[in-house]
Design a protein around this ligand. Sequence first.
Ligand code: SF4
Ligand code: SF4
Length: 216
Amino acid sequence: MVVVRLKPLEDILREVSGYGKVFIFGCQLGSARCKNGGLREAYRVAGFLESKGIKVSGVKSPGGTCILERLTSKDVLREAGRNSDVILSLACGAGTQLIAEHVSIPVLTGVSTLFIGVEREGKHFDEYCIACGECVISETGGICPIARCPKSLVNGPCGGAIAGKCEVDPSIPCIWYKIASRMEEIGEIEKLRKTMPPKDHRSCIYPRELNLEGRS
Ligand code: SF4
Ligand code: SF4
């Protein structure tokens, strides 16, 4: 999922101050799952802004905000545009931009989009993928060395690990230890003898697109 973090409420207040009426969008996919931008947080932000004298003209969280169909089919955009001076979006960067494409008033963001990650117990999220466009995890036991090694090394460890901990950030394991023990476990350790070719960085030149037209 896309992981986002709600900005401090005082920062949000500063951003919307001077605009007049604010319409707040949450997102029920990643933002809600992270408890940082779903309907509940949207109402919390609304309550805070109202307590500071900001007029909130509406609060909505239209399913996945980054899905055009959902965003436009519920008339939420028309409602937001009507009687509002600015939109505050708690959706990820993609959802927020999609909103901005469809309204003629300013759109601000109340979150920072952090990474593609997994959710663990206790509402903890870890970055697992940077969408590099050329996935290599079939060769590394299903563990990503690009997102989970601070140096994105794909042909083994840098040699700086101390007692299995990463030299860049000792609070995390050296992911190459995990990859090696996983490859042992699944009987594929020999695969690691193979040198991976240099990455073709053309697969991650922005902006990228995917067109599935014509596919059933
Ligand atoms: S190699 Fe890692 S960063 Fe690249 S697509 Fe696969 S999981 Fe994502
Ligand atoms: S210690 Fe391991 S995880 Fe850390 S930078 Fe080196 S190879 Fe990557």
